[in-house]
Each structure stands twice: as structure tokens, then as C-alpha cells.
Design a protein around this ligand. Structure first.
Ligand SMILES: Nc1ncnc2c1ncn2[C@@H]1O[C@H](COP(=O)(O)OP(=O)(O)OP(=O)(O)O)[C@@H](O)[C@H]1O
Ligand SMILES: [Mg+2]
Length: 314
């Protein structure tokens, strides 16, 4: 049993228009997803832009309201509760954002940014707090000199590492990392991911790792959830998804992983073209008549895919 469970979560946003600003339609940003988070594991949440990945993360952490469904923390329902009323959850779940320059207050110094998540809980003296922040900086490869600087004085990679330090300050159990390396160069991406991996082992952390790129998350994730239009099209272990994908959308995302190796580049280009042609030809069989992703079918102990229950695609 996971320490966090998400059951049939739906998050719908109203679209308002006209003179009276009335609700004229809804965006089904998240439309019925289930997740179970266990200690020490990484869960990838992967899909194209607008598929609802960030909304899942933001709803778990309480930044968006669930329209329906349930979120449980250690078996207790916390759906739509005010975070301040559940301090244990509040410190156990942290988030890292894609763009740290806009998510950090530019007028705050690093010591204040990193210490902010613990100020409400730990009531440390100023010298204890400084000591704690220096320890956290050392974990991510920076030192004391960073304490009184401002976010703009760091490179993108350093800032994302500061985001990692901030997110572990409160000794959390789960970190929701929303595209934490997407804005970085490949070499810097690897460095930040390495820090995240090392910290995970040290603190037995769980991650929900959000990305639009199956290539980036491959080496991080134990489990993957592939998302399309607010629903999961497939979920399973890393092996299930990378070596035995069943849904056409997963196959298409896999074929979109860039290949750096020049020898296989042409072969890969051809494969990508074939997958794309197959997708265009067969995609209707993978969605219902309204274009909605089917409910999940269980294929093995770990592997689920949203296939036509009448067996259309198979
Ligand atoms: N506060 C909001 N009000 C209205 N619509 C919203 C709101 N937040 C998100 N949406 C809509 O919900 C859908 C899912 O958005 P979300 O940000 O979760 O996607 P995403 O998968 O994280 O995309 P990206 O990869 O671009 O970050 C989108 O259509 C988006 O426009
Ligand atoms: Mg997003």
C-alpha cells in the first residue's frame, strides 16, 4: 500500500466568456486518474503539453482543487483540505518547479529561499537555521558563499539544484518535480538528475517526475504513467513501458526520443516515420467515439493500458 493514494481524481476548470462571464464550457485537465506512491520510488508522469501533468502535481500538493475523486495520505483523506490544517502532509510533500527563476522570489536571498519550508515547523534559532541551510547547500554541491546571494546570481543548473535543496529542507517523503531539468542543457540536466538520484538513495525519497520526454526520465523512473488528454493511456514498470508498450500513444512518445548516436540515426528516423504513419492510421481504434481514452485494462501484475474493451485495436 502506498503512503499516498490518488483515486479517480478529476480536475475540471471552467471556461468563462461573454458579458456576464458565465461558464460556457469546461477543460477536463485531469479526468479520472489513479496513482499509488510508495516510499523510495520514482514515478514518471509523461505526456504532451496540456495533457494535465502539472495539474495532477499541483492538486496533490493542494495548489488546485479536485473536482472529484480522492487523495489519501497514510490512509487519511486529505482531498481539498487546507494545507495548514495538515502540517504532517505539508512538510512531507514538496514541489520543484521547471523555472526556478520565476518560482523563487527574486528579492529573497538563498538562505531565506531554502529555509522557508522549515520556518513554519522547526523554530530553529538563526544560527541553527544557518547551519542547516549550509548542510543543504553542501548536499547539492554549493557552499556557504551562496547564502546571501540572490537567485539571479546563479546559473540555471545551480538554481535547479537550489530548488532541490529547498525541497528537501523539511525532510519530505515525496518530491513532485515538475519538469525540473527541461530548461537546462543536456550536460547540466545530467548533473541535476545525478544530485536528485543521490539524494533519493540517501533519504529514501519518492519522486513524481513530470516530463514530456520519455528519454529524460528513463533512468530515473521505477514506474511510468503515460498521460493523454487528462487520462492515463498506460502505466507500468520501466520495463513494461520501454520494452513492451501497448498503447499507440506510448509507442509514439517512445519513437520521439532523440537519438544522439549517428550510426542509428537514419534507422531511427525511418522507425519514427513508420510509427507516425501507424498512429495516423490506427489512432481511432485507441480512443472511444468521443475521442476519450478508454478505461485501463490490467495486462499483468504491474502493467495497465487503456485499450478498447471490445478489442478493436488488437
Ligand atoms: N488554472 C487553470 N485554469 C484553466 N485552465 C487550466 C488551468 N490550469 C491548467 N489549465 C488547463 O488544463 C490543461 C492541462 O494543463 P497542465 O498545465 O496540467 O498541462 P501539462 O501537461 O503540465 O502541460 P505542459 O507540458 O505544457 O506543462 C490545459 O489545457 C491547461 O490550459
Ligand atoms: Mg506542466
Amino acid at each position: 500500500m502506498g503512503f499516498i493514494e490518488v483515486k479517480d481524481l478529476k480536475v475540471h476548470f471552467p471556461i468563462r466568456s461573454g458579458f456576464w462571464n458565465r461558464i460556457t464550457d469546461w477543460v477536463y485537465a485531469v479526468d479520472g486518474v489513479d496513482m499509488e506512491i510508495e516510499q523510495g520510488k520514482t514515478y514518471g508522469l509523461v505526456g504532451e503539453s496540456g495533457s494535465g501533468k502539472s495539474t495532477i502535481g499541483r492538486t496533490i500538493i493542494g495548489l488546485e482543487k479536485a473536482t472529484a475523486g480522492h487523495i489519501y495520505f497514510n490512509g487519511e483523506e486529505i482531498t481539498n483540505k487546507r494545507l495548514s490544517s495538515i502540517p504532517e502532509f505539508n512538510r512531507s510533500v514538496q514541489m520543484i518547479f521547471q523555472d526556478s527563476l520565476s518560482s523563487f522570489n527574486p528579492k529573497k536571498r538563498i538562505i531565506d529561499i531554502i529555509a522557508e519550508p522549515i520556518r513554519n515547523f522547526d523554530h530553529l534559532s538563526p544560527s541553527e537555521e544557518k547551519k542547516r541551510v549550509i548542510e543543504l547547500l553542501e548536499i547539492i554541491g554549493l557552499n556557504e558563499e551562496a547564502l546571501y546571494k540572490y537567485p539571479h546570481e546563479f546559473s540555471g543548473g545551480q538554481r535547479q539544484r537550489i530548488g532541490v535543496a529547498r525541497s528537501i529542507a523539511s525532510n519530505p517523503k515525496l518530491i513532485i518535480a515538475d519538469e525540473p531539468v527541461s530548461a537546462l542543457d543536456l550536460s547540466v540536466q545530467a548533473q541535476v538528475l545525478n544530485y536528485m538520484k543521490r539524494i533519493q538513495d540517501e533519504f529514501n525519497l519518492s519522486y513524481i517526475f513530470i516530463s514530456h520526454d520519455l528519454g529524460v526520465v528513463k533512468h530515473m523512473c521505477d514506474y511510468l504513467h503515460i498521460m493523454y488528454h487528462g487520462r492515463f493511456v498506460e502505466k507500468g514498470t520501466r520495463k513494461d513501458i520501454y520494452t513492451n508498450p501497448q498503447h499507440i500513444y506510448t509507442k509514439r512518445l517512445l519513437s520521439a526520443i532523440p537519438v544522439i548516436d549517428p550510426i542509428n540515426r537514419d534507422k531511427h528516423k525511418l522507425e519514427r516515420k513508420q510509427t507516425e504513419a501507424l498512429y495516423q492510421e490506427k489512432q481511432n481504434a485507441y480512443y472511444d467515439e468521443k475521442g476519450r481514452v478508454f478505461d485501463m485494462t490490467q495486462l499483468t501484475n504491474t502493467h495497465y493500458a487503456a485499450l478498447d474493451p471490445k478489442g478493436g485495436a488488437h
